[in-house]
Design a protein. Sequence first.
Length: 235
Amino acid sequence: MQKILLLSALLVIGSLAISYAGGLPIFGAELGKLDNPIPFADPIRLPYQDMVSYYGYIKQGSTPDAVVDGKKMYYVYVWIPVAAPELGLRMVSPVPNSMAPSSNDFVSSLWNEGKSDATNYFDTWIDLERAVEVINPADIAVKGKSSLWIKYDNNDDSSELPAQPSGSKYNSVLRVAADHNDPLKTLVRGLYRIGFTTYKTGEVQGSFVAQIGAPIKLPGVAIASSLEGIAKLAK
């Protein structure tokens, strides 16, 4: 009987995972993932217990934060105040019409300028990095620009997210679990950044929403588009 109840609960969770909330599917974790008893169906994932969103816009002619391997790279900085077992990232461009920032979301200063841009979007490519020397909020201003950044992983295309206006599923999902066997790959308290660009060399232009999820509550997470901005929010 207990096995039947557990299976029923998992099937409910699985159905939730393919439902849509605010224009996007519910975001589920990698930790605790189970095979779906339904043949060829997606794995069953428990939804992230904590999730924050950042609404941004890259306008035509914007200067990138860096050029990496010939691609124009932009950064969104994230302050994580406590250690996490896993972080999930996803980025969608353009922002679906059914989505808009809430009072709890972080918003770029360019959002109001770009939210009505229904023409431009980009093939998202994302990675996650951490500043090794930044452990406390006060370190951001002092060491943020000079610190070594270590890369966890990256993602280009994901079938989990809705297709872009072109019909291609070029939006991105990345899940990173803490690796306790590698001190540099644990998800400790500190300064992180999401690097994003477009898969093909070219211009990054259009609206986007970036979401960060965790399987536990992480009070005090902050997101900003600059080191100066994240330093103020982390305090």
